[in-house]
Write a protein that binds this ligand. Structure first.
Ligand SMILES: O=P(O)(O)OC[C@H]1O[C@](O)(COP(=O)(O)O)[C@@H](O)[C@@H]1O
Ligand SMILES: [Mg+2]
Ligand SMILES: [Mg+2]
Length: 347
């Protein structure tokens, strides 16, 4: 019989990687895993229960909130509140940070930034969606944790991960010692170690971006797209276009097969659409830990200054060679954009 290692067992085994840690981070990861299983249960029967469709409200970014967005947000918040290892949460679905002031959590070491349900537009149509999370150590030693504690650069992340609710459900995470993946075995209700030491292929054949926005793309992206589409046997071109519209699923696929995901600036999103704190930084940490690359077209995502919890950024993320190539086109044809992004960052 093959030996199964559950996420819980794996975390305990890896505890040795943190000689000064007392198990808090492990318990925090376990709490996130528990909430993920509850969300997974609901996603799996979404057509049968009253969980599809819109919640009838807008979030802070002016996007229509779905019922499943609300459900997932509630589950992760409640798991983190009762777990006792997290003193502050920044969520896509909450305008402001959530302080956890209970006796046990007030002095907890960690902060969690989360996109509870990524790929909202795919919820109602049975296409893979995800959860993205990022964990930071609080800046202050003790006492009430404030918003300032979460405004940290991506390089300061202690751990990051995602859950993909797809044809199977997986949890993938890093604590800065490589990337490991766990598949949920529904028969025992456990995430089981299935993808050891995940590696982003150095190059690939897939590019993912919303080509419907083409006319609004910066010149560098337009030129890079042309490069992807032109035939060249030596470099395996033309590449294939694949866009799911759930960032987690697009990046997960590219991590397995090789590829680049781009969400550039557009006319409607002049600072980019995706959020730095709970979408781009955690995925950049995972992708870099797997040997890939993540930039805003000019600068490393994890080095960007963070001013607001819902701050946006353009992103170029994936196989190292492909991201570097796209950056070459950006600096040749869209150099002026670099200055305006720097100005946004310096504000
Ligand atoms: O529909 P668009 O503009 O291509 O945007 C799709 C992108 O927006 C997102 O859905 C944003 O995430 P949320 O669903 O968490 O708001 C990404 O997952 C995805 O890559
Ligand atoms: Mg998202
Ligand atoms: Mg979301």
């Amino acid at each position: 019989m093959t030996k199964v290692m559950t996420l819980g067992q794996f975390i305990i085994e890896r505890q040795a990687e943190f000689p000064y840690a007392k198990g808090e981070l492990s318990r925090l990861l376990r709490d996130i895993g528990i909430a993920a299983k509850i969300v997974n249960r609901e996603v799996n029967k979404a057509g049968l229960v009253d969980i599809l469709g819109e919640a009838g409200t807008m979030n802070v970014q002016g996007e229509a909130v779905k019922k499943l967005d609300v459900y997932a947000n509630d589950q992760f918040i409640s798991a983190l509140q009762s777990g006792g290892e997290c003193c502050l949460i920044a969520s896509e679905e909450n305008e402001d940070v959530i302080q956890i002031n209970s006796e046990v959590s007030r002095n907890a070491k960690y902060i969690v930034a989360i996109d509870p349900l990524d790929g909202s537009s795919n919820i109602d149509v049975n296409v893979a969606v995800g959860t993205i999370f990022s964990i930071y150590r609080r800046k202050t030693e003790s006492g009430p944790c404030t918003k300032e504690d979460v405004l940290q650069k991506g390089v300061d992340q202690v751990a990051a991960g995602y859950i993909i609710y797809g044809s199977s459900t997986m949890l993938v995470y890093t604590t800065g010692h490589g990337v490991n993946g766990f598949t949920l075995d529904p028969s025992i209700g456990e995430f089981c170690f299935s993808h050891p030491n995940m590696q982003f292929p150095k190059s690939g054949k897939m590019y993912s971006l919303n080509e419907g926005n083409y006319v609004h793309f910066p010149e560098g992206v337009k030129k890079y797209l042309k490069y992807c589409q032109v035939e060249d046997k030596e470099t395996n071109r033309p590449y294939t276009s694949r866009y799911i519209g759930s960032m987690v699923a697009d990046i997960h696929r590219n991590m397995i097969k090789g590829g680049i995901f781009i969400y550039p600036t557009t006319a409607s999103s002049p600072k980019g659409k995706l959020r730095l704190v709970y979408e781009c930084n955690p995925l950049a940490f995972i992708v870099e830990q797997a040997g890939g690359r993540a930039t805003n077209g000019f600068k490393r995502i994890m080095d960007l200054e963070v001013h607001e919890i819902h701050q946006r950024t353009p992103i170029f993320i994936g196989s190292e060679d492909m991201v570097k190539k796209a950056e070459e086109f950006m600096s040749e044809y869209s150099a002026e954009l670099e200055e305006s992004l720097e100005a946004v960052e310096a504000k």
